[in-house]
Ligand binder design. Structure first.
Ligand code: RIB
Length: 312
């Protein structure tokens, strides 16, 4: 691949995350007395763009929509600080997207998103794709828009990757335009309509499918080959954005020419580090930190993961 043409375009959402820490995530009808409150730059798209540039070290641009309000300011600043070039659609009269995150002491979270400006993204907002080698999208923007962007990018010879989150059924045409699909177990079940990782991997007609499995790591089917990458053991305090760090780092690594097994290992290391810090984008590690973690570990035993995924 011509490296001069290897910019990753991330097209998707940006939210300001309102985060309350609490002992546990509330059950329906329950009120939980939380503790400290903070805001952090978030949104699956923007988190992935920051990860692509900062953890992945790839030239990165982002297409996003922001309101004309104060919430947009830290979002733009965080992306620019990570070195992401911006194509901003200014959604007049719409608020910037926000997310309400309950972060539990066990590091897990529950998130509700009010899309605001993100919902105004339309097919015609896709910028010219000159110099773009990879397009990375998520599902926090309208599905018809995601479909149109995927189709246009595929036709232009761009490698299309989709993180199908939040979970929803995917139109066949969209699957056909994607060369890489990244999902967690819930999203896999929603799309494939099957139970279990191995069955889900086999059910999808996409060139490469990666399933993230939290602290266990990930597994993938690339063409006809199955790949297993166990997770890196860390002390997790906040898993918000860990999946996004995985996606951005993975696509960055592929755009830089890494083969799939090495790209998956790099993405797992980056997402593990992201869990050790608070905040979605604030938690994304630097490229050098990821490289140091990779160098400090020899290679991870995959037997348990293979058994879990039904690939033993
Ligand atoms: O994936 C984590 C992200 O989901 C948060 O940053 C929140 O904004 C929601 O988009």
């Amino acid at each position: 691949m011509n490296r001069a043409n290897s910019t990753v375009l991330v097209a998707g959402s940006a939210n300001l995350d309102f985060v309350v820490r609490a002992a546990h995530v509330p059950a329906p009808g329950e009120t939980v007395l939380g503790r400290d409150f903070s805001t952090f730059p978030g949104g699956k798209g923007a988190n992935q763009a920051v990860a692509c540039a900062r953890a992945g070290g790839a030239p990165t641009r982002m297409l996003l929509a922001l309101g004309d309000d104060p919430y947009a300011v830290p979002l733009e600043a965080s992306l620019r600080a990570a070195g992401v070039g911006l194509d901003v659609v200014r959604a007049r009269g719409e608020p910037t997207g926000v997310a309400f995150v309950c972060l539990a002491d066990g590091a897990e979270n529950a998130i509700t998103v009010a899309p605001g400006a993100n919902a105004t993204l339309r097919p015609e907002h896709l910028p010219p794709l000159n110099g773009v080698s990879h397009l990375l999208m998520q599902l926090e923007t309208p599905l018809p828009t995601v479909e149109a962007w995927a189709r246009a990018a595929r036709r232009a010879g761009v490698y299309v990757a989709l993180n199908a989150a939040p979970a929803q059924a995917l139109p066949r045409g969209l699957q056909g335009d994607c060369r890489l699909l990244i999902v967690n177990e819930g999203e896999l079940a929603a799309i494939a309509g099957t139970h279990g990782v191995a069955a889900g991997l086999d059910a999808l007609d996409v060139e490469a499918v990666v399933v993230t499995l939290g602290a266990r790591g990930c597994c993938a089917r690339v063409g006809g080959e199955y790949l297993l990458q166990p997770g890196f053991v860390v002390e997790a305090i906040d898993t918000t954005g860990a999946g996004d760090t995985f996606c951005g780092t993975l696509v960055a690594a592929l755009s830089l020419g890494l083969p799939f097994p090495a790209a998956l290992r790099r993405a797992c290391a980056a997402s593990a580090l992201a869990c050790t810090r608070l905040g979605a984008q604030a938690g994304v590690p630097m490229h050098g930190e990821v490289q140091r973690l990779l160098a400090s570990r020899k290679g991870e035993a995959a037997e348990e993961l293979a058994a879990y995924a039904g690939l033993a």
